[in-house]
Write a protein that binds this ligand. Structure first.
Ligand SMILES: Nc1ncnc2c1ncn2[C@@H]1O[C@H](COP(=O)(O)OP(=O)(O)OP(=O)(O)O)[C@@H](O)[C@H]1O
Length: 409
């Protein structure tokens, strides 16, 4: 998979930018803050409708404007698609495919697949559960685009259910509240059961690849493991954050959960909601569902978060991204379908062995976008198509520093 053109309008620092991209490596060089990551972010957003830096869309819009547009010419083998995505914070995002009528943005999911590596990836291991949930959900959406719409629905039901619980907390519980809550329970369970099943499937697919990638990167005898922590099996996000890093959930409960169908998960969510009714009314928030879950990363039986060294933490984070790349290739092994690799300022963070490993992967990929502030940070093997962004206004006139384009076409 590859892009031949990326056009931005009012996206982050760019009023207008038009970038021609080549098969193989494309390297963007430029000073700190010149707008390299903004381009990497736009490519990532187009494939997943989510940013690796922010959880809501407002910062993606150029300051003072109300809408951003990302346009791209995408190629998958011999097939081509012209994608246009309007980002409208506070309103629905819209897409146009091959200059057709505007449709929901989620209709554009699946056309483009990317895997983005960034310095922020350390947060996958060290950060809050939200970051890990986003990793699994973003991958699930790229593999099964219909989940994009389902995720939006879940968010809507959750917001409405939380609003009801808040008003119960302030006004007291009435029979009308009871019946309305039951309607929201059913909807939350129905959508949540399917989302949870998709997340568990992604976890199952990633597991062997994460363990393999960790061994390749670290030459360690320890095994990288992942364990799902669910609100259905006693995981409590609040106490987890405050006290111990590991949940006391039983392994049997976790295995049963991983094997349950989405209908069984739906029933379990319904029962779970019943069992926490009193606490939910007191706190005014929904305490059961995939939005309260987490994934525990460990090396053998030692947790990574809070225990691993800096190098081990980097290896684990990189393993998660390398594994995501492998899972996408397993999912669609056709020539031309492999995801675009986006390596946003990562080489500066890595030691020689990890750099080499990532460069090997990148050299073999159909298309790679690399960003770096310092030329020397980029491995020689990737420097064939390098551009220097002089300023945000000069992206379309960037100075090429590598050999002629013809070598790649
Ligand atoms: N919504 C926005 N509107 C206008 N400018 C923005 C917006 N969001 C970010 N910027 C600007 O974009 C610039 C950051 O761009 P970016 O993160 O792409 O830099 P970079 O070249 O990757 O830098 P570094 O090498 O430091 O990572 C900053 O100057 C920031 O103020």
């Amino acid at each position: 998979m590859r892009l031949s053109h990326l056009i931005l309008h009012n996206f982050r620092s760019y009023a207008d930018a038009d970038l021609t991209l080549h098969p193989g490596p494309n390297v963007l060089l430029g000073y700190n803050g010149v707008g390299k990551t903004n381009i990497a972010e736009a490519m990532g957003y187009l494939s997943s409708l989510s940013s690796h830096r922010v959880t809501h869309d407002a910062p993606l819009i150029r300051h003072g404007e109300s809408q951003a547009i990302i346009r791209a010419q995408a190629h998958r083998g011999r097939r081509e698609a012209f994608l246009e995505l309007e980002i409208n914070p506070g309103k629905s995002n819209r897409a146009r495919i091959n200059r057709g009528s505007p449709v929901r943005a989620t209709e554009a999911l699946g056309i483009l697949r990317t895997v983005l590596f960034a310095p922020e990836d350390l947060e996958l291991v060290k950060g809050s559960p939200t970051v890990r949930r986003r990793l699994f959900d973003t991958l699930a959406v790229q593999l099964h685009p219909s989940l994009g719409q389902l995720g939006l629905e879940y968010g809507k039901v959750l917001r409405q259910r939380n609003a009801l619980l808040k008003s119960i907390r302030h006004q007291g519980f009435t029979p009308t509240h009871e019946s309305t809550l039951e309607v929201w329970d059913a909807q939350l369970a129905q959508v949540g059961g399917r989302l949870l099943r998709a997340r568990l499937d992604v976890l199952g697919s990633l597991r062997p690849h994460v363990s393999q990638a960790y061994q390749d990167l670290s030459h360690s005898v320890r095994t990288a493991r992942m364990r799902y922590l669910s609100s259905l099996t006693g995981h409590d996000e609040d106490s987890e954050e405050r006290t111990t890093p590991r949940s006391s959930q039983s392994e049997t409960d976790i295995s049963a959960l991983e094997e349950a169908s989405s209908e069984q998960l739906m029933q379990q969510i319904l029962q779970g909601l019943q069992s926490v009714r009193k606490r939910e009314r007191e706190r005014g928030i929904t305490l059961i569902g995939p939005h309260r879950d987490d994934v525990d990363f460990s090396l053998d039986t030692t947790p990574v978060k809070g225990y691993a060294s800096h190098g081990e933490t980097w290896s684990y984070a990189l393993s998660l991204r390398l594994a995501s790349y492998r899972v996408m290739i397993d999912d669609d092994p056709q020539p031309g379908a492999e995801p675009i690799l986006i390596l946003d300022d990562v080489f500066a963070e890595l030691d020689a062995r990890r750099r080499r490993r990532l460069a090997e992967l990148a050299t073999g990929a159909e298309q790679v976008m690399v960003t770096a502030a310092v030329d020397d940070d980029v491995p020689e093997s990737l420097l064939s198509n390098a551009y220097r962004i002089e300023s945000v206004d000069q992206i379309s006139h960037a100075t090429r520093t590598g050999p002629a384009q013809a070598e790649h076409d």
